[in-house]
Structures are given as C-alpha cells and as structure tokens.
Write a protein that binds this ligand. Structure first.
Ligand SMILES: [Zn+2]
Length: 300
C-alpha cells in the first residue's frame, strides 16, 4: 500500500502475468480515472490467472487542483523516475516507477486534459528490443482505439521511459479532452480488458477491430505532444479544423488573434495528414501547442 496514491491488486486463482494499469498521472484527465474505477468494480473475482494492480489516480495533488501539474508545479510525466526524498511529484514519480519496474506489463491512460482534444489512440515507444516492441504492438492492437502510434524511444521522464529501461512492455492511451466524454469510460475499460485477454488473464472475446490508422515514426521527439505547432505569439486561438480532418500542406489550421482583434496570424499545416490534436481552449501563450497532424508518410 502506498501513502501517496491508492493501489488495489486483484489476483487470479492461477499463476500468470502481473499487470499494472494506471490513470491520473495528470490530474485533469478524467475518463481514464473513471475507467479504472469501473475496472475495480468489474474485475473482482474474474481474473483467470496472474494479478492486476490498479491505480485510479497516481497524481492526487494534481487531481485535487484539477490540474495537469502537481502542487509543486512539476509534470509527473517529465519527472520519472523521481526522487524518494524530493518534492511531492518527485516522491510520486519514485513510487510509481518502483511499481512499473516490478510489473510484467503497463497500461498508462491519459487524455488531452483541460487544454487539448486528442483523437483516441494507443501509443508506445519504438523499443530497441524486438520482443518488447512486438508485445507493445500487440497490446496497442488489442486495446482497439482507432489510431495506433509508435514513436521515438528516446523521450525521458515518462512512465513509459521507466518501463523502456526495464524492458517492461508498455502502452499509453489518449482519449479526447477539453471536456468530458462518457463513452470514453467504456472504450477505455473495454480496451484494458482486451489487453488482459491478450495476456490470457480474461476469456478472449474476439470483437471487430476499430483500428483505422497505424503509424510508426522514429523521428527524435516524435511523441512529444506539447511541442506541436507552437503558437508564434501570445493570443486567442481560433481553430479552423476538426479532429480527424484530412488536411493538405499549407491548409489553414487556425488563427491566433491579438487582444485588440486587429491582428490575425494564420497557422498553416506543414504536412499532409490527419488532424489528431487541437488546442481546446482559446488561451495560447507563445510556444503553446495548437494542433497536431499524423502523416502516414514520413518526412525524411
Ligand atoms: Zn496526461
């Protein structure tokens, strides 16, 4: 039991994999939190084998301020593996990293939080160990969200970086944001159960695949959502595209208006592809991400 966040472990009657499912690494991402609570209710006495550890809210100090960041101003997903005697976010990072090192697989569920709307997707790092990578690909496929996105493995500070260093197969998910989407609770809980079935921990129910787009992009920094289409200046963001929209190069994604309403700066698509991330609020500081595009063809 942790003093820093709630942990529940459910055990099957036979030996098997030990899995870890977590939500609330960021305090303003609610569908995953609700999905883990649903799993806590649904999965009791149902596991065929192994064990499943569920953490519905990793980052309580961020949750209690409805914020992405902890009360010390740190982003837990940039602070792993943390520090046992550091600030609150560093301590939480230390403790969740210890759990991740002990598990056989990890699912870490996110949303775009207060600021972003993101197309539902399952992501993983393009792990140098082929066995780990293949397991991650299978987990993402089983989770069954419309987009599968493998990205560059070099990013640090994340739960997935800790898993990477320990050769623990790990996926993360994104599911909308900038509002609450109740259908996300079911989609995410079902996704987790599909992955448990893949590992033999629940009966396998073969459903219809919803996967529509699989992209693997090994460019350095490819998985860094907060750096996409940075605002050229501070202002009021007005999007001109919708999630899932196909855009061409040079198409207008949106505008930044200055506070006098006189100056409009156009934000142009720099690549052809599918819009999968849009800033969900007008507030934009210089450098804040405004939009994200997934291209099936790599630029290099
Ligand atoms: Zn998050």
């Amino acid at each position: 039991m942790s003093n820093l966040f709630p942990i529940t472990t459910i055990r099957g009657s036979k030996p098997g994999p030990d899995g870890l499912i977590i939500a609330g690494v960021h305090g303003d991402e609610y569908e995953p939190i609700r999905a883990v609570v649903q799993l806590l209710k649904e999965l009791r006495n149902t596991l065929l084998c192994g064990s499943l550890t569920l953490v519905p809210i990793v980052n309580i100090s961020a949750y209690l301020t409805a914020s992405r960041l902890g009360e010390d101003g740190l982003d837990l997903a940039r602070t792993c593996p943390g520090n046992k005697s550091g600030s609150i976010t560093e301590k939480v990072a230390h403790e969740i990293s210890n759990l991740i090192r002990k598990t056989d697989f990890l699912i870490d569920m996110h949303t775009g939080g207060n600021l972003f709307d993101i197309s539902p997707l399952s992501g993983y790092m393009l792990h140098p160990n082929l066995e780990v990578l293949e397991t991650q690909r299978a987990m993402a496929e089983a989770f069954n969200l419309p987009i599968i996105w493998g990205t560059s493995p070099e990013l640090n500070g994340r739960t997935l970086s800790v898993a990477r260093d320990e050769n623990v197969p790990a996926i993360y998910t994104e599911y909308r944001g900038g509002g609450f989407y109740p259908e996300g609770i079911t989609d995410l809980a079902d996704g987790c159960k599909n992955v448990l079935a893949y590992f033999g921990m629940l009966p396998l129910e073969k459903g219809v695949s919803k996967v529509a787009l699989i992209i693997e992009d090994n460019h350095p920094g490819s998985g860094h959502l907060q750096e996409m289409y940075p605002a050229p200046e501070e202002g009021i963001f007005v999007p001109e595209v919708k999630l899932g929209q196909e855009v061409k190069r040079e198409e207008i994604l949106g505008h930044i208006w200055d506070f006098t309403g006189k100056k409009k700066t156009d934000i142009f698509a720099q690549q052809e592809g599918t819009v999968f991330l849009i800033r969900a609020v007008p507030m934009a500081k210089k450098g804040d991400a405004l939009a994200g595009i997934l291209s099936s063809v790599n630029k290099d």
